[in-house]
Each structure stands twice: as C-alpha cells, then as structure tokens.
Design a protein. Structure first.
Length: 144
C-alpha cells in the first residue's frame, strides 16, 4: 500500500546553487546527500516534514554526474524542473507487482538502491499520464 509522498524529484544543472536557493528562499536544510552512480546523479535530500506512519517527505534535488544519465537527457530536453514523484510503501516488491498487473510498465525487474539505502523502482511516465513515478521502501523500518 502506498502511504505517503516520499519525495518530489527536481532536476537541476548545479546542485550547490539549487540547494542554496531552497535554503535562502524557504529555510530548508540538506538532510542527506550522496552520489548514486547507478542512477547517474549527485543528490541532496531536503526533509520537509515527518509523516503519520513514521516516515518523512523530502525534496530530492538531482544533478547529473554523466552525460548519458537519464537526468542529463531529461535536462537537455526540458531544462530544470520537476522530474518525478515518489510514493512511499512498506512493500515496494508487492506494490510494483500489483501495479504491473494493471498494465503499467515497471522499469526494473527488481528494485534497485535509492537514497539512504532505500529500495526503489519506477513506473513508465507514458503509462502514468506523463508523470515519471517512483516507488520507495525506506531502509528504516520505523518509516512504515
Ligand atoms: N517525466 C515525464 N516524461 C518523461 C520523463 C520524465 N521524467 N522522462 C522521459 N519522459 C518521456 C519523454 O518526454 C518521451 O516522451 P515523447 O516520446 O513524447 O517525447 C518519453 O518519455 C521517452 O523519453 P526519452 O527521453 O526517450 O527517455 P528514455 O525512454 O530513454 O527514458 C525513462 C525514459 C523514464 C525510461 C528513464 O528516464 C528512466 O529509466 N527513468 C528512471 C530512472 C531515473 O529517472 N533515475 C533518476 C532519479 C533517481 C532517483 O530518484 O533516485
Ligand atoms: Co527519486
């Protein structure tokens, strides 16, 4: 069951400049940052709020680390902006299978590693009304 908005992914050309915009404009601080080479991104997670199921909601600011990454390709076509939304679930495997059964393409056979040790998969934007949609199971069991 999808229980919350885990994060909104925002693509940018310059992560440090974008982090500074969110700090100076809204007062949001970086909760966590990492490089995910498999996804081809350098990212910063800004925690916006804790949620009733013990989880949290974040903004995920994404800068590509290589030209052939999905985010680099998207930025070249669209410029900076909202790249994807992510729903939180205790069971990414079960929810992905159930959604695939409804005819929506799930992009990975098995969930991959996401921010903070989470397990993630994606649904194809062309099957989701133009919205690239991610499913996330947090590494922290108290988040569910
Ligand atoms: N949102 C909405 N539509 C998108 C999109 C996005 N983020 N990315 C691509 N599309 C659309 C394109 O506009 C294009 O539509 P048209 O054919 O109408 O022009 C179509 O999907 C195909 O796009 P493409 O540019 O040819 O790109 P690919 O098919 O090579 O890749 C996708 C698209 C979704 C399979 C790829 O971006 C992907 O695998 N994404 C999942 C992984 C990811 O995004 N990782 C980065 C974030 C990591 C994280 O969150 O931790
Ligand atoms: Co994401």
């Amino acid at each position: 069951m999808l229980t919350r908005i885990d994060h909104i992914g925002i693509a940018c050309f310059d992560l440090d400049r974008t982090v500074e915009f969110y700090r100076a404009t809204y007062g949001f601080e970086v909760f966590h940052s990492e490089v995910n080479e498999e996804q081809g991104v350098r990212e910063a997670m800004l925690k916006i709020n804790d949620t009733g199921d013990g989880g949290a909601s974040y903004l995920q600011l994404l800068e590509p680390t290589r030209e052939d990454s999905t985010v680099a390709k998207w930025l070249a076509k669209n410029g900076e902006g909202v790249h994807h939304i992510a729903f939180g679930t205790a069971d990414v495997d079960g929810d992905a299978a159930a959604i695939a059964g409804k005819g929506v393409r799930v992009l990975y056979d098995e969930p991959r590693r996401g921010s903070m040790g989470s397990r993630i998969t994606f649904l194809h934007p062309k099957d989701c009304g133009g919205v690239l949609t991610e499913l996330v199971t947090s590494a922290d069991p108290s988040a569910h």
